[in-house]
Structure formats: C-alpha cells, structure tokens
Design a binder for this molecule. Structure first.
Ligand SMILES: [Zn+2]
Length: 313
C-alpha cells in the first residue's frame, strides 16, 4: 500500500472512530437517571458499581437546582467526560447555563468535573474542610480514577473548589436560599451538606448511602460519620438526595447508613472487649445488611477498618 493511500485510510479510521466515540458518550449519558424531587430541584442518579470506562466515574448521585438565571449543580462528576454527561442530562430539563457548582466532598466524583464548568464561567463553592481534602488527595485519587476509567479519563484536570466557607453559611443564589453546612470527617476527611430549608430537601453527599453498602476506606472516620449523620437528623429533611442511590427519606437513610455504622461499631466493640484480633472482624455476621448492593465485595473491609479505628480510641 502506498503511503498516501494508507494516510487517507488512517484519516478515515480516525473520523469513523471519533464519530462512534461521540455516539458512545451520548449513550453513556443515558445511564444517568433523572428524578425531580421538588419544584426546580432534581437528582441525577448514576450507577452503584465501581468506576469504569463506561460510567465515566459518575458512579454516584448528583443534583441540581434551576434558578431564574441558571443552574446550581451539586457535584461535578468524576471525569471531564462525566461532567459533559451531567451537563447533557441537565439540558434535557433546561437550556440554562450552569452558573454555580457546590462540591459536597473530596471524593473524585464530587469535583473532578469542576474545571469543565469553570472554563464556561461557573463558580465552584465548598467548605474549607472539603477543599483541603481535595487538595491533599487530588493527585492520588486522579491516578486511581485514571486507571479505572482508561480512555474516558482523557482531558480530566482535577481543580479544587475556588471558594471555601469555614462555617455553616446561608447563601442566596439567584433567588434560591440554601445553606452550606460543613459536617466534618465521615466517608472522607471533610463532608459538606447542601440544605434547602424552604423545600426541606437535603443534598447529603457521601454522608448518606442507600441501596448499596457504604464504604469505610482508609480515608474514612466511622465514629465522626455517625456524628455527621446525627446533624442530618437535627435538620429533619423531607427528602434526602444521597451520595449514592435514589432520593430517599430520613427513615431509609437511617436504616441503610446510620444503623449499619452503629451496628459495626457495636460488634467491633464486643470483639475488642473479648481481646480478639483484627482477623475476627471478618467473622461478624452482617447478613441483616445483605440486601445492600456490593455487600459481598465490601463488608469485610468495612469491619476491618472499623476495628483498626477503634483499636486506637
Ligand atoms: Zn462517593
């Protein structure tokens, strides 16, 4: 084959591949469910499983509020492509631009899409604790997310939120009243709630997991997580848009998150009193929570992590 012909073939291949990949990314956006929870307030529900090339690291729940001037997005997606997928879903509801992003946490899917939206003029807001976690763990998380998402990682640049609030703060954004409430360490080093007092809707970020078993990782603090959840109880939300799973009630959030955390804490405390070592943590019977997705993959790690934490209390 002469060089010219092979060059033309190569160009044709690149063209076809790029058309196919743009169709593929539109198809991927379809795997995000959308649910209206109150007038002008929506949840976007991603898959419950691990990050992948196909889910663009949008394996979490997001939310948005439509104001007179634009859209306030709660959490910006796990990759650049993930951010674009969220934007496409939002534009099925409103053509308004995304003017504000609020990050509820420092985990990848909460903020790796920030840069895409700030380039288009949006402002990014969070608490100082969440911002510090983003800055500290950004690059190690980026390596991990890049590995899990492969080619879908292309172009992603994690940028921590620009504006950080140190205390609970009431904000008025284009006629929408909301409260940013830092609640301290839980699933990650510093979680931030977004509370709509008039509508009694709470965006909890990773303080609440429903439908799937929550993850207690090396960055988590289960005891503070229990206390963070108790701050949610004080608010008495009517609807919770959780960090993972569909919009839910306080009762279901309590069952799937709070009851599981306190159950593990009680069980591990019994083992410590009996002078057992960490290997005994895997033998805890967690079957009453086996209805939660990813139960098998995650239950023993959770118990071991709680054991490690409690050994030092
Ligand atoms: Zn998460």
């Amino acid at each position: 084959m002469n060089t010219n012909k092979s060059f033309i073939l190569k160009c044709a291949y690149i063209l076809v591949a790029s058309i196919l990949s743009s169709y593929a990314s539109i198809a991927r956006a379809a795997s995000l469910d959308i649910e209206q929870v109150a007038p002008n307030i929506y949840a976007i529900i991603g898959p419950l499983e691990q990050r992948s090339e196909l889910n663009l690291a949008n394996n979490a729940t997001f939310g948005f509020i439509v104001s007179d001037e634009g859209v306030i997005l709660i959490d910006s997606g796990g990759t650049l492509e993930g951010a674009k997928a969220l934007e496409r879903v939002i534009h099925t509801i409103t053509p308004k631009p995304i003017t504000h992003i609020i990050n509820t946490g420092g985990q990848d899917h909460r903020w790796f899409g920030n840069h895409y939206f700030t380039e288009k003029g949006a402002v990014t807001i969070t608490s100082t604790m969440t911002q510090a976690d983003q800055q500290q763990r950004g690059s190690s998380q980026a390596d991990n997310t890049a590995r899990l998402t492969g080619p879908s990682w292309t172009g992603t640049e994690p940028h921590a939120a620009q504006k950080a609030l140190s205390d609970s703060t009431r904000l008025e954004i284009s006629g929408i009243t909301l409260k940013i409430i830092p609640v301290g360490p839980a699933h990650t080093g510093g979680e931030t709630l977004v509370w709509l007092p008039k509508q009694k809707v709470l965006f909890s970020g990773d303080v609440v997991y429903v439908e799937r078993m929550l993850g207690i990782g090396s960055q988590s603090h289960h005891h503070e997580w229990i206390k963070a959840f108790e701050k949610i109880v004080e608010l008495q939300p009517e609807i919770i848009v959780p960090g993972h799973g569909h919009p839910t009630t306080l009762a279901i959030a309590t069952q799937d998150t709070y009851n599981y955390l306190t159950f593990l804490r009680n069980e591990v405390s019994k083992l410590l009193q009996a002078d057992e070592d960490i290997s005994s943590a895997s033998a805890i019977d967690q079957s009453q929570f086996s209805y939660l997705k990813v139960y098998e993959q995650i239950k023993n790690r959770n118990a071991q992590r709680v054991f490690e934490e409690m050994e030092w209390e």
